[in-house]
Design a protein around this ligand. Structure first.
Ligand code: SAM
Ligand code: SF4
Length: 342
């Protein structure tokens, strides 16, 4: 399925101009989704024609090349990764690298809508930990936020994942005047199920209908509110991602905060993102990219692909330029979050 060139074996891994080692790949397997979350997508998103999208075999080959270049963790994302046809085949392909010890973790971020059906298969394939995005425990609010999501189905999916033995972390985008009043309830709900909860600041990516300024909730402000009800102890815990964690004394679980706007975390960046068309983005918050699909399709072995990945690494920027500091600010990137999957 992939080339065996000597140059790959000789490689010393992926290091960017700032000396940061890239060991984490976020691979978007589709731009499609069964939800239309208001902060993520426009109501009438146009999705890519199928021919633009990498096949399951191409995605597996791409993942394999990154692994040989030193990537130790792969997160599948989207769009919604679990609506991609053939997703379990891809997971099985990539999971072989877990068996061989070349990969430490294969995980995914999902909206949970397909989990009731797939949780057991994911566990059987070698997935041990997943993130489920769920912004509200109120069915009507959940429906409004996702425009078409069914909360009961997502909760069934989460229960199925826990029953299958998967560790589940809930991710919620904090939205001022929308779900900021129910964070206490979400902490309690997650705590009862032994799940950590990570709150995320909304990021200015792609044009959506509303003005993100109207519902941007700085997490340092929200944290002060949360501390009125919960005892938070700063923790050194890390999942290799950008979240800062607190132990919640009352629940024994953790609260994570992802604060790209109020507290930039780029110094320790260890990741790159590849879209389902094989475009690599070296930073979530910048538009610079490189095409990996052409070198991938140009030859059976991976030499051209590896050269393209290495060239892209020389252009990894120091950090993002996100800002939501005034009404009507333009998005920092033209693309939506669903292109790279967060
Ligand atoms: N569909 C899957 C899901 O929702 O988990 C995976 C892809 S989704 C794009 C990944 C994460 O990005 C979700 O947790 C979602 O809430 C978050 N997200 C989407 N748009 C965002 C934005 N503009 N700012 C912050 N987070 C965003
Ligand atoms: Fe779909 Fe995830 Fe974007 Fe929501 S956040 S529209 S579930 S891709």
């Amino acid at each position: 399925m992939h080339g065996n060139s000597a140059s790959l074996k000789a490689d010393r891994g992926l290091v960017d101009p700032f000396g940061r080692h890239v060991t984490y790949l976020r691979l978007s397997v589709t731009d499609r989704c069964d939800f239309r979350c208001v902060y993520c997508m426009a109501e009438d998103m146009t999705f890519l024609p199928k021919r633009e999208v990498l096949t399951i075999e191409e995605l597996a080959r791409l993942g394999g090349a990154f692994i040989r270049l030193g990537v130790r963790k792969i997160r599948l994302t989207g769009g919604e990764p679990l609506v991609r046809r053939g997703i379990m085949t891809l997971i099985d392909y990539l999971a072989r690298h877990l068996d061989s010890g070349e990969l430490d973790e294969l995980t995914l971020t999902t909206n949970g809508s397909q989990l009731a059906r797939l949780a057991d298969d994911l566990y059987a394939a070698g997935v041990r930990r997943i993130n489920v995005s769920m912004d509200s425990l109120d069915p009507d609010r959940f429906r409004q936020l996702t425009r078409r999501g069914d909360l009961a189905k997502v909760i069934d999916g989460i229960e199925a994942a826990l029953a299958a033995g998967l560790r589940v972390k809930i991710n919620a985008v904090a939205l001022k005047g929308v779900n900021d009043g129910e964070i206490d309830q979400m902490i309690a709900w997650c705590g009862q199920r032994g799940m950590d909860l990570t709150l995320i600041e909304t990021m200015p990516m792609g044009q959506v209908e509303g003005d993100r300024f109207d519902f941007f909730m700085p997490l340092d402000v929200l944290l002060k509110e949360i501390e009125k009800s919960w005892t938070l102890i700063p923790s050194t815990h890390s999942t290799g991602g950008p979240a800062r964690y607190y132990e919640i004394k009352e629940t024994g679980t953790r609260l994570g905060l992802i604060t790209p706007l109020s507290q930039n975390f780029c110094d320790g960046c260890n990741r790159v993102r590849v879209t389902c068309t094989g475009t690599i983005y070296m930073c979530l918050g910048q538009d610079d990219q490189a095409d990996l699909r052409t070198p991938l399709r140009a030859s059976e072995d991976d030499d051209l692909l590896v050269a393209a990945i290495q060239e892209a690494m020389t252009r990894k920027p120091k950090g993002h330029d996100f800002a939501i500091d005034r009404p009507g600010s333009r998005p920092a990137t033209r693309r939506h979050m669903s292109v790279t999957g967060g």
